[in-house]
Design a protein around this ligand. Structure first.
Ligand SMILES: [Zn+2]
Ligand SMILES: [Zn+2]
Length: 429
């Protein structure tokens, strides 16, 4: 029997509460996976509202914004790129889970019991801790996760700087839950665990008193994003900081945190942000002699090299002074406004494409995804002031016109996507 309290639509109250994991089991328990709402997609207005609120608070308190536009756009671009594969299929985190549940489950805990709900909350958070720790300690996993750490700023937009690759290893850490927890309960907590981690990416909240003992907080997560030596490989928690306290990886915030990678990448290009470390691994792999050493390049820590301990040497982490100036774009203010407008238009296409994906043909979906990636790349080129930026942007504008003419893209924000889809299917015929 269906749960009458669980709704597909998310009310404003639920939307605010879900950003902080303050949800009741009764309103978020579903019998089947198909009934589980896409909470992460429904969170877009709350992401935007909280980012604007952070901007205002930061302006009032410090007289300046909480970060640069260039850095924020690079973060949002990474977030968009990481979600694009979901237009075509269910995520691997869900498909692998359902496969294990259907073929190997030992028992079936009741989907509508609050005990199952709370156990899954703990199970997903525990799985996240170990995934996240391994993502820092295993070089090939770090190749995905480093994207999230590549911002030299720290504000709510940093939370959205997500990796395209990460999901291909994170599913492993949740799979034991599939032996006893129904996929619908898992799918709810997987989303809330991710959403909870949004609000902790901020400098406008200092210390939360006794809550710091149990919860992952902005202060704890600031340490996690630091490149100061005392911050390296600390505070891997998702929602509960207790895992770091139990497994000895906890560190409290003390000296000023300098954010980002130990070796900053100094670029806003989305492909470099996502994949640059894969290139590093590739070159180090071939430059390192011996089979076992090559194996270690892939599976030991990012700081490892022959003769060093598994996670490298902390003395080799560059010292910071607290006066480091984050990389920023040298583009003019006018160009930045142009880039912002193009990004906003693309964001509207992105949202609309997700909303209409059920009625769009695979060809239209694919063309739209290519256009979104082209737009993000062009924005990265413009912000980086690359020599080919003008050529790429002109090409992108031509592609935009061609896609509009062929009906695969709408030139303005009307709700007539179905009509456009009919036209495009007709034109394909
Ligand atoms: Zn991390
Ligand atoms: Zn983070």
């Amino acid at each position: 029997m269906k749960n009458p309290e669980a709704q597909q639509d998310v009310s404003v109250s639920q939307g605010i509460r879900m950003m902080f994991y303050v949800m009741k089991p009764s309103e978020t328990s579903f019998q089947t996976l198909e009934e589980v709402p896409d909470y992460v997609r429904k969170a877009t207005p709350f992401f935007i509202s909280l980012m604007l609120l952070e901007l205002v608070v930061s302006w009032i308190r410090k007289g300046k914004p909480s970060g640069g536009l260039d850095d924020a756009l690079a973060s949002l671009s990474a977030g968009i790129m990481s979600r694009l594969p979901r237009l075509f299929s269910r995520s691997i985190e869900l498909t692998s889970y359902v496969y294990i549940w259907e073929n190997y489950r030992l028992i079936s805990l009741p989907w509508d019991s609050p005990w199952t709900w709370y156990l899954t909350f703990l199970g997903v958070d525990f799985g996240y801790y170990w995934f996240h720790r391994m993502a820092h300690e295993v070089n090939i996993m770090w190749a995905g996760h480093q994207t999230h750490h590549s911002s030299e700023g720290y504000n709510l937009s940093t939370a959205l700087r997500q990796s395209v690759l990460q999901i291909y290893t994170s599913w492993i850490f949740y799979s034991p839950l599939a032996l006893f927890i129904p996929p619908s309960v898992y799918a709810v907590h997987l989303q809330f665990n991710l959403l909870y981690q949004f609000w902790i990416h901020t400098e406008v909240i200092d210390n939360l008193g006794p809550l710091e003992l149990i919860l992952n907080t902005p202060s704890h997560h600031r340490v996690h994003h630091g490149r100061n030596r005392y911050c390296i490989d600390r505070n891997f928690a998702g929602t509960l900081i207790i895992w770091d306290r139990i497994f000895g990886t906890f560190e409290a915030e003390n000296e000023k945190v300098v954010y980002g990678l130990t070796h900053p990448i100094n670029t806003f290009e989305p492909f470099k942000v996502q994949f640059h470390h894969l290139v590093n691994i590739w070159t180090t792999f071939w430059a390192t002699p011996g089979f076992f050493n090559k194996f270690s390049v892939i599976f030991k820590g990012p700081g490892w090299s022959p003769g060093k301990p598994r996670l490298g040497l902390i003395e080799e982490i560059p010292e910071v002074e607290g006066k480091e100036i984050p990389f920023s774009s040298s583009a003019s203010q006018l160009l930045k406004i142009y880039v912002l407008v193009q990004f906003a238009l693309m964001l509207a296409f992105y949202e609309e494409t997700f909303a209409d994906k059920a009625v769009l043909s695979q060809v239209t979906l694919l063309l739209r995804v290519c256009f979104i990636i082209l737009t993000l790349t062009s924005i990265g080129f413009l912000l980086d002031q690359r020599r080919k930026a003008a050529v790429l942007e002109t090409f992108r504008c031509l592609v935009f016109l061609m896609l509009c003419r062929s009906g695969h893209l709408k030139p303005c924000l009307s709700s007539s996507s179905f009509a456009f889809e009919c036209i495009s299917t007709e034109s394909i015929k």
